[in-house]
Design a protein around this ligand. Sequence first.
Ligand SMILES: NC(=O)c1ccc[n+]([C@@H]2O[C@H](COP(=O)([O-])OP(=O)(O)OC[C@H]3O[C@@H](n4cnc5c(N)ncnc54)[C@H](O)[C@@H]3O)[C@@H](O)[C@H]2O)c1
Length: 272
Amino acid sequence: MSYNLLKGKRGIIFGALDENSIAWKTAERVFEEGGNFVLTNAPVAMRMGAINELAEKTNTQVIPADATSLEDLENLVEKATEILGGKIDFVLHSIGMSVNVRKGRHYTDLNYDWSQKGWDVSALSFHKVMQTLYKKDAMSEWGSIVALTYMAAQRVFPDYNDMADNKAYLESIARSFGYFFGRDKKVRVNTISQSPTPTTAGKGVKGFDGFIEYADKMSPLGNASAQECADYTVSLFSDLTKKVTLQNLYHDGGFSNVGVSDLVMEKFIDEE
Ligand SMILES: NC(=O)c1ccc[n+]([C@@H]2O[C@H](COP(=O)([O-])OP(=O)(O)OC[C@H]3O[C@@H](n4cnc5c(N)ncnc54)[C@H](O)[C@@H]3O)[C@@H](O)[C@H]2O)c1
């Protein structure tokens, strides 16, 4: 169902890799709500080609940009404002990658060059995106910037590895930059802390299949899907949430506030 919540708004959506990506679902949903946007991803991700399908479906263009490169980001922002015909109203940062996770390096045995790369891609890139937009004065007043995060920033999830630290850093950037963006340009900045979701990045975490089921059993409303995350993001891009800023917003079916659930306890009670 469409409510035209984003009619006339212009945006940039980072991170649609394939149809499972949270950014992919968000782009489709934003399109339904009347938003115009450009899609972007790292040049290496383009090789898979799927993003062009999404661009066609949502009647838009893809501008390649490595989110760690200021030069790429400057080019992206310039082209996006040109193509869309004005300042930007919404931005989705949906980017994450840990080389240590990919290569199966344990948290107690990190390769620090890989940690730095993962930190740059997953956390610092958010600062780089915002600094580029800020310096170019490319955001409209009452615009909205959202990045995706995970609860391992607050609690221990051993297999999330150095991504936990990257997410803590990302959330801090949202608050710190959000302060200046709010004060100077009336732009809001928030992070959405999403349930485990079966995407390329999600499934790359060790033990994902068991964990997604555990999270589902712990959450009174069940895990939040990528589609539901897209809905929530649309609400944060819309004019209905103008004074929500500097927040880390849990979108997890209640998981983050549950100590233990009946469904999880059942297993142990049966064994007594
Ligand atoms: N899947 C989950 O369980 C889950 C849960 C909570 C939060 N998140 C977060 O959601 C976001 C989106 O991930 P997803 O689950 O949709 O997976 P995904 O693998 O579909 O998306 C990750 C994206 O990051 C992009 N990327 C990697 N390096 C980049 C670079 N240098 N420059 C630009 N883009 C780059 C990839 O190309 C890809 O499109 C990430 O921040 C992730 O940490 C995911």
